[in-house]
Design a protein around this ligand. Structure first.
Ligand SMILES: Nc1nc2c(ncn2[C@@H]2O[C@H](COP(=O)(O)OP(=O)(O)OP(=O)(O)O)[C@@H](O)[C@H]2O)c(=O)[nH]1
Ligand SMILES: [Mg+2]
Length: 472
């Protein structure tokens, strides 16, 4: 599975992971080797470029973890980048079967890509695992015996197929399928369309018309993982013309280069929903980004190690911060750490999004201008300060503020705002100490971000949200 990609990247990683230290040129070298590896595995050039720049960006923004080697850390970053491309925006790569039945799934793709086989595989899985009543329908009137092929598969997997009426056009078969689906009380109808050698107008207009009649909830492109660069154009064309909702990647069991998977995902923005991993009708898997990236990179142990180390590091950091706050030693360096931590957690919206019932608050915060941009700006302001300014903000007078504003690309007003927040925090912490470490009940929490104090906002997270404010 994805052999070429795996072997090529594996070589780069083996060299990297043992390295105790990496300088800039080591990293540059590793990047250029990864670049070559991806290209040789047939990943499309724009996707390679995006991948490399994403890795670099993550590398720059990542925190150095003492307990693992830089090489190991790079391995982890490449892994994360791959997972994030495979995952895309959606959380869920399952079929969308919500709504009023029958739900229609339409299978499209080039000739021989595996549409009919995948139709039967998906039908079998929906019927056995999800207990759905499924109707399979062949719209392939071009290839002799294509409709019979599906009927035979239907018998093998014990899923019904629409009776064949010779001479009917695809649109008419579709209409018949829709009414049979409703009358028969089916949950799901899967339409298996005819393939073509290459994308031609006739094919596209035929499937577009079928789509209009059937109004499918899922339009799945079935694509052969073994076809290299061409698959990207195919996917792009189908997507532009039909609006795909997902990809079924077939023949992943073969000696495929694997690059097409990454490219198609990236170019269409459509999630890969299934992988065909053999000719048998149970040879289908849901696509799991973590697992696939793990298989491709073959570095599961390193990834786990770095994850563990990251956890420990942020815990240690949180504890250290909490202690400093309790002893009243909090300075702007600590504020920066805290801002970074917030940023790492996916920014405020990421955190808020995870909490049920918080969407209203999230909007409020956004309208108060508390967002990731702001976090970044604040971090930039602190970065532009000298060491002594950070530990002793009291020395910040007008000319220093002006210099900091210029250095961070912000305004003196922004600098003042940050300092104001810092002072508010100091005050809160003093109160905390007085109350024996408990978080004071800050008045006016109706808008926790009132007064431009984002740290008031950590309060609604139940104290555990941010290190140091938990009152531990
Ligand atoms: N090894 C392997 N073979 C597969 C897989 N999926 C499909 N095949 C094989 O590929 C061949 C073509 O599959 P079909 O399902 O008939 O392809 P199709 O897209 O319906 O073809 P047309 O209808 O002619 O366009 C068959 O021999 C299948 O057994 C897979 O995941 N792995
Ligand atoms: Mg077929």
């Amino acid at each position: 599975m994805f052999d070429v990609l795996q072997t090529k990247l594996g070589g780069v990683f083996e060299k990297l992971k043992g390295r105790g230290s990496l300088n800039e040129s080591d990293v540059e070298n590793a990047m250029s080797e990864i670049r070559t590896a991806l290209l040789e595995a047939d990943v499309a050039l724009p996707v390679v470029k995006e991948f490399i720049s994403d890795v670099k960006q993550r590398a720059v923004g990542s925190q150095i973890i003492k307990s693992v080697s830089p090489g190991q850390q790079v391995v982890k970053i490449v892994h994360d980048t791959m997972v994030s491309i495979f995952k895309g925006e959606e959380e869920n790569h399952d079929l969308n079967l919500r709504g009023e039945p029958p739900i229609v799934i339409m299978m499209v793709g080039l000739q021989g890509s595996g549409k009919t086989t995948s139709t039967a595989k998906i039908a079998k899985s929906l019927s056995n695992k999800n207990r759905k009543k499924v109707l399979m329908v062949s719209l392939d009137v071009n290839r002799p015996a294509a409709q019979e092929q599906l009927a035979i598969l239907g018998e093998q997997v014990s899923v019904e197929t629409l009776p064949i009426i010779q001479g009917q056009a695809p649109q008419d078969i579709t209409k018949r399928a829709m009414s049979a689906g409703k009358l028969g009380g089916y949950d799901v109808i899967i339409l298996d369309t005819a393939g073509r050698l290459s994308i031609d107008e006739q094919l596209m207009s035929e499937v577009s018309q079928v789509k209009k009649v059937a109004n499918p909830q899922e339009v799945l492109l079935v694509a052969d993982a073994m076809t290299g660069q061409d698959s990207v154009n195919t996917a792009k064309n189908f997507n532009e013309r039909l609006g795909l909702t997902g990809i079924v990647l077939t023949r992943v069991d073969g000696d495929s280069r694997g690059g097409s998977a990454l490219s198609m995902r990236s170019v269409t923005g459509c999630p890969i929903k299934f992988m065909g991993i053999g000719e048998k009708l149970e040879d289908i898997e849901s696509f799991d980004a973590e697992r696939v990236a793990g298989r491709i990179l073959g570095m599961g142990d390193v990834v786990a190690l770095v994850e563990k180390a990251q956890e420990v590091t942020s815990e240690e950091e949180a504890e250290k911060l909490a202690k400093r706050m309790q002893s009243g030693q909090f300075d702007l360096n600590d504020l920066k750490t805290q801002l970074q931590q917030m940023n790492k957690m996916g920014g405020l919206s990421g955190i808020m999004g995870m909490l049920p019932g918080m969407s209203g608050l999230k909007n409020k915060m956004e309208s108060a201008g508390v967002n990731e941009e702001m976090l970044k700006k604040q971090i930039a302001v602190i970065d532009s300060m000298t060491k002594s300014e950070r530990t002793n903000p009291k020395i910040l007078h007008a000319s220093r503020k002006k210099r900091i504003a210029q250095g961070s690309g912000t305004s003196v007003q922004d600098v003042n705002k940050l300092l104001k927040q810092f002072q508010t925090m100091e005050k809160v912490m003093k109160q905390m100490r007085k109350m024996g470490g408990k978080l004071p009940n800050m008045g006016g929490m109706g808008n926790p971000f009132g007064g431009g104090n984002p740290f008031g906002g950590s309060n609604p997270f139940g104290g555990g949200g941010f290190p140091g404010l938990g009152g531990r």
